[in-house]
Design a protein around this ligand. Structure first.
Ligand SMILES: [Fe+2]
Length: 306
């Protein structure tokens, strides 16, 4: 079967058909997927028979995998499970359970692992059980948005660094969802606000829910700027909403897109998605660490104990 590539939107995203990615792939067979990933930022493959082992094997074509932080772990440390299904009992998890509250943070536009010193290259999310309605995943092209920014804003962004923090982003949803120990495991980090694709040189705005403020600016001013960029970049012309079917796998470039989960009836329907995350090849700034006084100010602003 010939491989075909069909764009999902005029701005970004493509469906690739004609490949059985759950089977062992030779490097030559993987090459067109990697090339399309660099070009389109979001890749959809339908009707794939992934299980945990084949998803890990396929993901490793993109690079070494991250160890994931998951509130509802399953299948080993390489998986971040997006689900309302308890891994042990197989039953539905109560809405007020910490594992469900933790997932509420995913409703905010974000890029995976931007709160780590080395942010992720890409994430691969495979649909095992899908609710009959709701539960879409949405994507926003930060590359298309960057290209459409007023020239003055693009210039303003040059050389800026934002501070990213999981404690900050989760506190915006629920200040108690991370334990003090969990907070200590994810110290705030600095990330450049514009990332350039190493293959084609195209730039993308790098922000999202974990981005608290702009380094060197008053907190409120930086947050205002980030909020304006977010509002601009998530307009419908830069976004794609994916309606899942069982057997889908979507691969997205965390350097170039934001994504968010959308609601579904977590009491009525089961949803089981397994995510693998491929590590990036290095930090985006020379020194990712954030001075303690900046962290204290950021924490205080969202009611997180220092
Ligand atoms: Fe995510």
């Amino acid at each position: 079967m010939a491989l075909t590539i069909t764009p999902l939107t005029p701005a970004f995203g493509a469906e690739i058909a004609g490949i059985d990615a759950a089977k062992a792939l030779r490097d030559a067979a993987f090459r067109p997927i990697r090339d399309a990933f660099e070009e389109y930022s979001v890749i959809l493959l339908r009707d794939q028979g992934f299980d945990d082992a084949s998803q890990i094997a396929f993901s490793k074509h993109f690079g070494p995998l991250e160890i994931s932080i998951s509130a509802n772990p399953a299948g080993g440390t390489h998986f971040a499970r997006q689900s309302n299904v308890d891994m042990t009992s197989g039953g539905i998890i109560a809405k007020d359970d910490r594992r469900m509250r933790y997932q509420l943070g995913n409703y905010l536009w974000h890029t995976d692992s931007s709160f780590k010193p080395v942010p992720a290259l890409c994430s691969l999310l495979s649909a095992r059980e899908v609710p009959p309605e709701g539960g879409n995943t949405e994507f926003a092209s930060m590359r298309a948005a960057h290209a459409a920014l007023p020239a003055e804003t693009r210039r303003k962004l040059e050389g800026l660094v934002a501070v990213h923090s999981l404690a900050y982003s989760r506190a915006r949803v629920d200040p108690t969802v991370l334990t003090p120990n969990q907070r200590q495991e994810v110290p705030a980090v600095r990330q450049t606000m514009v990332r350039s694709n190493p293959v084609n040189g195209r730039n993308a705005i790098f922000i999202g829910a974990h981005a608290s403020h702009v380094e060197g600016w008053p907190l409120a001013e930086g947050r205002q700027f980030i909020a304006e960029l977010m509002a601009f970049a998530t307009q419908p012309r830069f976004t794609y909403s994916h309606r899942w079917r069982p057997g889908d796998i979507v691969i997205w470039d965390n350097r170039a897109v934001l994504h968010r989960a959308t609601a579904y009836d977590t009491v009525k329907y089961r949803r089981l998605m397994q995510r693998t995350t491929v590590a990036g090849d290095g930090p985006t700034v020379a020194d990712p660490l954030v001075p303690a006084d900046q962290v204290a100010e950021m924490y205080a602003s969202v009611g997180v104990p220092a």
